[in-house]
Design a protein around this ligand. Structure first.
Ligand code: PGA
Length: 252
């Protein structure tokens, strides 16, 4: 049995004051949802404040990115150890990082190995662009991102990894993938690739999320699919009622 998992990716939204307000309003209702692993991923400057507000709750905290090196001359970067001071989770290889900041399967893999080394639970994002989708390359792209992104990982750590399937054409567009389509990608492409890497038993234990225009209105359709174990939520994670409703839907 894979425990449902819902993470909110705030992206580059909310000042520290705004983050405090959002978490203050979210905390009680979200804490009351049992049976779901819940994670908030605010921007770096808010991690300290949010970690304080989440103390004593069962809500986890994640960063949206990190560098793979432990320290040194990497201006503007944040190390795994700095993330680990406040967080249990880290999002790696989000499509916006790949599209705007030059991340590759190789850099995602380095970061994943760093997460393994320091003991952060990674949320690794994969997904095809609109152009790749329209030229029927979903299978090739998602299989490659999975196999290269997750290579050289210890099978004992692998079961802790969370994978998020996020078709790029569905992110922030309001044009969500159908639940059937998303499930098929997870079942026919991602899990077989995970099985090749780590064996079938581990592949069955790894949580795979859907992400891309998830809302309170459509979340239940995804969670009803046998191979989808939760959601990585962008826009809707900034709204208390929406995010709580999505998390409740995952608990069912
Ligand atoms: P969205 O973003 O829910 O706003 O589409 C999802 C994501 O990028 O993780």
């Amino acid at each position: 049995m894979r425990k449902p998992f819902v993470a909110g990716n705030w992206k580059m939204n909310k000042t520290v004051a705004e983050a405090r307000e959002l978490v203050f309003n979210l905390n009680k209702q979200l804490s009351e949802v049992a049976g779901v692993e819940k994670v908030l991923c605010p921007p770096f400057p808010s991690l300290v404040a949010v970690s304080g507000l989440l103390e004593g709750t069962d809500i986890g905290l994640g960063a949206q990115n990190m560098h793979w090196e432990e320290k040194g001359a990497f201006t503007g970067e944040v190390s795994p150890g700095m993330v680990k001071e406040f967080c249990g989770y880290v999002i790696l290889g989000h499509s916006e990082r790949r599209a705007y900041f030059g991340e590759t399967d190789e850099s995602v893999n380095r970061k994943l190995i760093a997460a393994q080394k320091i003991g952060l639970t990674p949320i690794v994002c994969v997904g095809e662009t609109l152009e790749q989708y329209e030229s029927n390359r979903t299978s090739e792209v998602v299989a490659r991102q999975t196999s290269l992104g997750l290579k050289d990982i210890d099978p004992a750590f692998a079961s802790r990894i969370v994978v998020a399937y996020e078709p790029v054409w569905a992110i922030g567009t309001g044009k969500a993938s159908t639940a059937d389509n998303a499930n098929a990608v997870v079942k026919d492409i991602i899990r077989p690739e995970l099985a090749r890497l780590f064996g079938n038993e581990t592949a069955q234990a790894i949580r795979v999320l859907y992400g891309g225009s998830v809302t309170a209105a459509n979340a239940a359709e995804y969670f009803a699919q046998p191979d989808i174990d939760g959601a990585l939520v962008g826009g809707a994670s900034l709204k208390v009622d929406e995010f709580v409703a999505i998390t409740k839907a995952a608990a069912k």
